[in-house]
Design a protein around this ligand. Structure first.
Ligand code: NAD
Length: 481
C-alpha cells in the first residue's frame, strides 16, 4: 500500500526529528577543525588574528563592489546549505535553543541581511558646484559576538561588514566558540570560492576577556561592534574607540481588550518560545488587561503553554536565578546559565513536573515585582501581570523594560493605545499584533539583523552602520544645469 505524505506533513516530521536529534557532547567539538578539516581564519593569538584581518581588509579594499557582492552571494549560498549543521552545532555546544529554530535563523540571515546595495552615496549640487558624500569602510572591525545566536551573528556581521568594505576579526563567546569559528570558516570558504582572499575574516582559537582587551586597544582596530549583555557592552563603550553596542533587553508585551485575543495568545507563545527565548527581542513578560486575561491565558494554554501557580513559580525562580557576589562584595541575582535557552519541559522537571515535549512555554501569574518580570531570563518562562487600564499597563511595561530601549510588543486595535505605548517606551523595535520575530524581518517587512544597537543608536544594523562618511567637494563646477 502506497503511503502519501504532503509537503506540510513532511516539513513537520523533519522539524520534529531535528528537534529530537540528541546533540553531541561539547567535547566532540574543536574550535580549530571540523570533521578533520582545519578551519580557516582561526588564530592562537589576537595580534596575529588582527594582522591577518588587516590583510583581508586590504584585499577587500582592492576589490570592485561587484566582487564583494560575489563573495556575499557565496556566503548566502553556503549559509543556506549548511544551516542544519550550524543549528545542530549551536545547540550541542551551548546546550541552548532549538535546532529547527536555529536553522530558520540562519536562513533568515542568508536571505534578509543587506549586502552592498545598502551602501549609497549622496550628491549635493548648488551654486558652488558638487559635493559628494560616500560611505567608506572603517578598516578592521573588532566584533564581539554572543553565545545565544553565535554563528547567526558571525555571518550577519560578516555580510554587513564586508559589504561596507571592512576587514573583520571576531572575539566570539567562549561557550560557543566552535560554532562561531565554523561560521568564520564558512565566510572564508565563500571568499575563496568567489575569487576573494583565502583568509578574509578571523577569529580566536580560545577567546578570553584578555583577547577582547587586546582587540579593544589595538591601533589597527578602527571600529568595535559588540553584541552581548550589559557587562561587555559597557566595556566596549568605555574603550575610547568608536563602538557600536547591541546590548540586553527585557521586552514587555501589552495586550489590551481590543486585541484579537486568540491570535495574541498564539503570537506571544510563538515569539516567546522561538529558539527557547534566546533572541534578545523575544517576549519576556506580559501585561494583560484584567477583563481579557483569562481568555488570553486560555489561548496560550491551547498553544503549548503550561500554567504553574505562585508557589511553583517561586520554587522555579530559586533555581533559574542564582546569587552572585561581585568584586565589591555586593550580592545580586543573575541567571543560572544551566537554565538559559533550555526546553520548558527541562525547566519544569527541575521542580518535579513532568510534561511532554509539546509543552513549549511555562506561564504564571505574578505581580510586577516578581523576578520573572524584572530579570532578562532568556528561557521559555512567561510571567503575566494583570492591569486595570492602559495607563497602568504602559507605566509598568516601561518600568519592566528598564530603559534598555531595546524591544517592546503590543496586541491591540486601538491606535491611541498603540501610539501611546510606542512613544512612552522608546524602544528600537516596536512590534504590533505579531510575534516578536516579525521585528527582525521574520514574517514582517524589513531587513534582518542579529545586532540591534539600541544604546549607540544604529538600530537594526546593516552594512551602512559599519561605514564612515567621507565628503569630496568640487567647488564651482561639475554641474550640468
Ligand atoms: P554575554 O554578555 O555573556 O557575553 C558576550 C560576549 O562578551 C562573550 O564573548 C563574552 O566572553 C564577552 N565578554 C563578557 N564580558 C566581557 C568584558 N567585560 N569584556 C570583553 N568581553 C566580554 O552574552 P551572552 O550571554 O552570550 O548573550 C546574552 C546577552 O546578550 C543578553 O543580555 C542579550 O539580550 C544580549 N544580546 C543582545 C543582542 C542585541 O542585538 N542587542 C543580540 C544578542 C544578545
Amino acid at each position: 500500500m502506497a503511503i502519501t505524505i504532503s509537503e506540510a506533513e513532511l516539513r513537520q516530521v523533519v522539524s520534529q526529528v531535528l528537534d529530537k536529534v540528541q546533540a553531541a557532547p561539547t567535547a566532540s567539538y574543536d574550535s580549530t577543525q571540523y570533521g578533520g578539516r582545519k578551519l580557516i581564519g582561526v588564530y592562537d593569538d589576537m595580534n596575529d588574528a588582527i594582522a591577518a584581518a588587516n590583510e583581508g581588509y586590504k584585499a577587500v579594499r582592492a576589490m570592485a563592489v561587484e566582487e564583494r557582492e560575489k563573495i556575499i552571494t557565496e556566503i548566502r549560498k553556503l549559509t543556506r546549505a549548511e544551516a542544519p549543521i550550524m543549528a545542530q552545532m549551536g545547540v550541542a555546544e551551548t546546550g541552548m535553543g532549538k535546532v529547527e529554530h536555529k536553522r530558520l535563523k540562519h536562513l533568515l540571515v542568508a536571505d534578509k541581511t543587506p549586502g552592498t546595495e545598502d551602501i549609497v552615496s549622496n550628491a549635493k549640487t548648488g551654486d558652488h558646484g558638487l559635493t559628494l558624500v560616500e560611505m567608506a569602510p572603517f578598516g578592521v572591525v573588532g566584533a564581539i559576538t554572543p553565545s545565544t545566536n553565535p554563528s547567526e551573528t558571525v555571518i550577519c556581521n560578516s555580510i554587513g561588514m564586508i559589504a561596507a568594505g571592512n576587514g573583520v576579526v571576531f572575539n566570539p563567546h567562549p561557550n560557543a566558540i566552535a560554532t562561531s569559528n565554523y561560521a568564520v570558516d564558512l565566510v572564508n570558504r565563500a571568499s575563496k570560492a568567489a575569487g576573494g582572499p583565502e583568509v578574509l575574516v578571523c577569529s580566536m582559537k580560545k577567546p578570553t576577556l584578555e583577547s577582547a582587551a587586546i582587540m579593544q586597544s589595538h591601533p589597527l582596530i578602527r571600529l568595535l561592534v559588540c553584541t552581548g549583555g550589559p557587562g561587555v557592552v559597557r566595556a566596549v563603550l568605555s574603550s575610547g574607540k568608536k563602538a557600536i553596542g547591541a546590548g540586553a533587553g527585557n521586552p514587555p508585551v501589552i495586550v489590551d481588550d481590543t486585541a484579537d485575543i486568540k491570535k495574541a495568545g498564539k503570537d506571544i507563545i510563538d515569539g516567546c518560545t522561538f529558539d527557547n527565548n534566546l533572541p534578545c527581542i523575544a517576549e519576556k513578560e506580559v501585561f494583560a488587561f484584567r477583563n481579557i486575561a483569562d481568555e488570553l491565558i486560555s489561548a496560550m494554554l491551547k498553544n503549548g503553554a503550561y500554567m504553574i501557580d505562585s508557589e511553583q513559580a517561586n520554587r522555579l525562580a530559586k533555581i533559574v536565578l542564582v546569587e552572585k557576589t561581585d568584586k565589591k562584595g555586593n550580592v545580586r541575582k543573575i541567571v543560572n546559565r544551566d537554565c538559559v535557552g533550555r526546553d520548558a519541559s527541562v525547566l519544569l522537571a527541575k521542580i518535579g513536573i513532568n510534561v511532554s515535549n509539546d509543552i513549549r512555554c511555562i506561564i504564571c501569574e505574578t505581580d510586577f515585582n516578581h523576578e520573572f518580570v524584572q530579570e532578562e531570563l532568556m528561557m521559555p518562562i512567561l510571567p503575566i501581570v494583570r492591569v486595570d487600564n492602559i495607563d497602568e499597563a504602559i507605566e509598568l511595561a516601561v518600568k519592566a523594560e528598564h530603559g534598555n530601549r531595546h524591544t517592546a510588543h503590543m496586541h491591540s486595535k486601538n491606535i491611541d493605545h498603540l501610539s501611546r505605548f510606542a512613544k512612552a517606551v522608546e524602544t528600537t523595535i516596536f512590534v504590533k499584533n505579531a510575534p516578536s520575530y516579525a521585528g527582525i524581518g521574520f514574517g514582517g517587512e524589513g531587513h534582518a539583523t542579529f545586532t540591534i544597537a539600541g544604546p549607540t543608536g544604529e538600530g537594526i544594523t546593516s552594512a551602512r552602520s559599519f561605514t564612515r562618511q567621507r565628503r569630496c567637494v568640487m567647488a564651482d563646477s561639475f554641474r550640468i544645469i
